[in-house]
Unconditional design. Structure first.
Length: 106
């Protein structure tokens, strides 16, 4: 019988000017638990992927991001690439998520 795996959020030391995940969740209006989950609703995945991009752009390695979210590093890589593709075609749906992390290339 399998044991259920618990999601454990690691305490992470952020750079001084970084937006913490809790603050980001408040800015985009999606509960932190939903962003940390594996739900695949569009708003949830978009919020999660944008935050992964934010972490990656601020020096975090894929493996570190994957551990924070209890995900596979390949999933994180795929999510970041998906968001970069959507940003390149100016997907309007992402605007509020990108504004929440103060993304410079809007």
């Amino acid at each position: 019988m399998r044991r259920r795996q618990r999601i454990i959020m690691k305490k992470i030391t952020f750079h001084f000017d970084m937006i913490e995940l809790e603050e980001y969740a408040n800015r985009v209006g999606i509960p932190l638990t939903e962003i940390m989950s594996k739900r695949r609703l569009r708003k949830t995945t978009a919020a999660r992927y944008v935050y992964w991009l934010y972490l990656r752009d601020n020096g975090y390695k894929l493996i570190e991001i994957a551990k924070m979210f209890n995900m596979n590093p390949v999933t994180v890589f795929s999510g970041i690439e998906t968001i970069r593709d959507l940003i390149s075609v100016n997907d309007a749906y992402l605007k509020r998520f990108l504004e929440a992390i103060e993304y410079k290339n809007l």
